[in-house]
Design a protein around this ligand. Structure first.
Ligand code: NAD
Length: 349
């Protein structure tokens, strides 16, 4: 907590329902800490703690650089989402969220569904990502994909002098929710899109809609001849093995924590002349969607807000090029500067 500067970590235990959870509040200078709950089978409690500490810090950066009045937080529930879930467990977790009095607002993440959010909502108002039928924002993926697309276009402008993606060879790794919406946007612009996934049905969902999209082996993404690599599956795909192999000018995708080691791998991309659009900046559409829910949900407003990702990405990439510092470092510094400035206002009030 001291190393990463967290404000508070809460451990939740309820033997009756089998709930074991952790809620990490990283920073609330800009507003309440908002971040999803991840349900995952962690090998041990220490791994769960490290995950929740890292993820909550990432949410602080994401909210700050997106101009949102939100802090960073995240929760993890330890256990198998396919077997441990029950109404009672989710409602008990909702009770723990409620006990923080609005300092932490939860949402969906890996292993959680809008149905779970409904149960949590029975015990607390401090939850977003509830279904549209209940006044929520529903699936945030279309807004996330739009923000990634904006970030990709800003990176294209930097690399090619034009932000048109027409004719550009784009590999979308991960044909899931965000990947699917991203392909729709890329196809509208006549990009040459290839997709990779470990599940056939996910690939078919996209190829049945877009017959010119080609499929590549998920193990051969790093070796593929492409202009733009869009990681939209899991994190840490930018690492010591992949970066030296990459044949692209741009990396811009939705996955969280793409750089296995933030500083070192961010620098490796810069040294190789590959333009990297920082993940927490360009995948903020989902958080922007949640924020809109707090104000009374309006998807058009969320989309308009996500459009700002273009300008912020341009500014980050310009500074990265002029200062010869990785885009990840520049983006983190911008987020920290905003927090420091607002903290300054609060101190002087
Ligand atoms: P998803 O689960 O719908 O899609 C992920 C896809 O990646 C799945 O189809 C899965 O089969 C595939 N995949 C897994 N391992 C793979 C591999 N090794 N190679 C190729 N494909 C692989 O998830 P999503 O909601 O589309 O999110 C994608 C990424 O974006 C995640 O990292 C998520 O954390 C991040 N993200 C999502 C949102 C959102 O709004 N959904 C917001 C911010 C960040």
């Amino acid at each position: 907590m001291q190393e990463m500067k967290h404000e508070q970590v809460v451990f939740c235990n309820d033997p009756h329902t089998g709930l074991m959870a952790m809620i990490a509040i990283h920073n609330t200078v800009l507003g309440p800490a908002l971040g999803g709950t991840r349900m995952w089978v962690y090998p041990n409690e220490n791994d769960a703690l490290i995950d929740v500490l890292r993820l909550s810090r990432g949410m602080t950066y994401k909210a700050a650089i997106s101009g949102l009045n939100l802090g960073g937080g995240k929760a993890v529930i330890i256990g198998d989402s396919r077997t441990l879930k029950s109404e009672a467990l989710m409602r008990r977790f909702g009770g723990f969220v409620d006990s923080l009095g609005g300092k932490y607002i939860t949402a969906e993440d890996v292993g959680m569904t809008t149905r779970d959010m409904e149960y949590i909502h029975m015990e607390t108002d401090h939850v977003v990502g509830i279904p549209e039928s209940l006044g929520g924002g529903g699936d945030p993926s279309p807004v996330t994909a739009y923000g990634v697309y904006m970030g990709m276009k800003a990176a294209a402008k930097k690399a090619y002098g034009s932000d048109s993606l027409s004719g550009k060879k784009v590999v979308v790794q991960g044909a899931g929710n965000v990947g699917g919406y991203l392909v729709d946007l890329l196809m509208k612009e006549d990009a040459k899109v290839s997709i990779a996934d470990i599940f056939e049905d996910k690939l078919n969902n996209i190829t049945s809609k877009h017959s010119s999209v080609t499929v590549i082996d998920p193990h051969l993404v790093d070796d593929h001849d492409m202009d733009i690599y869009a990681p939209c599956a899991l994190g840490a795909t930018l690492n010591d093995t992949s970066i030296p192999k990459l044949k692209c000018q741009i990396v811009a995708g939705a996955a969280n924590n793409q750089l296995a080691e933030e500083d070192r791998h961010g620098q490796m991309l810069l040294d190789r002349g590959i333009i990297y659009a920082p993940d927490f900046l360009i995948n903020a559409g989902g958080l922007i969607n949640c924020y809109s829910e707090l104000e009374g949900y309006n998807q058009e407003r969320a989309m308009n807000h996500a459009e700002n990702i273009y300008e912020t990405t341009s500014n980050v990439l310009d500074k990265s090029a002029s200062d010869k510092v990785s885009a990840q470092t520049v983006a983190k510094q911008m987020a920290e500067d905003r927090i420091e400035q607002i903290a300054g206002i609060h101190r002087s009030l």
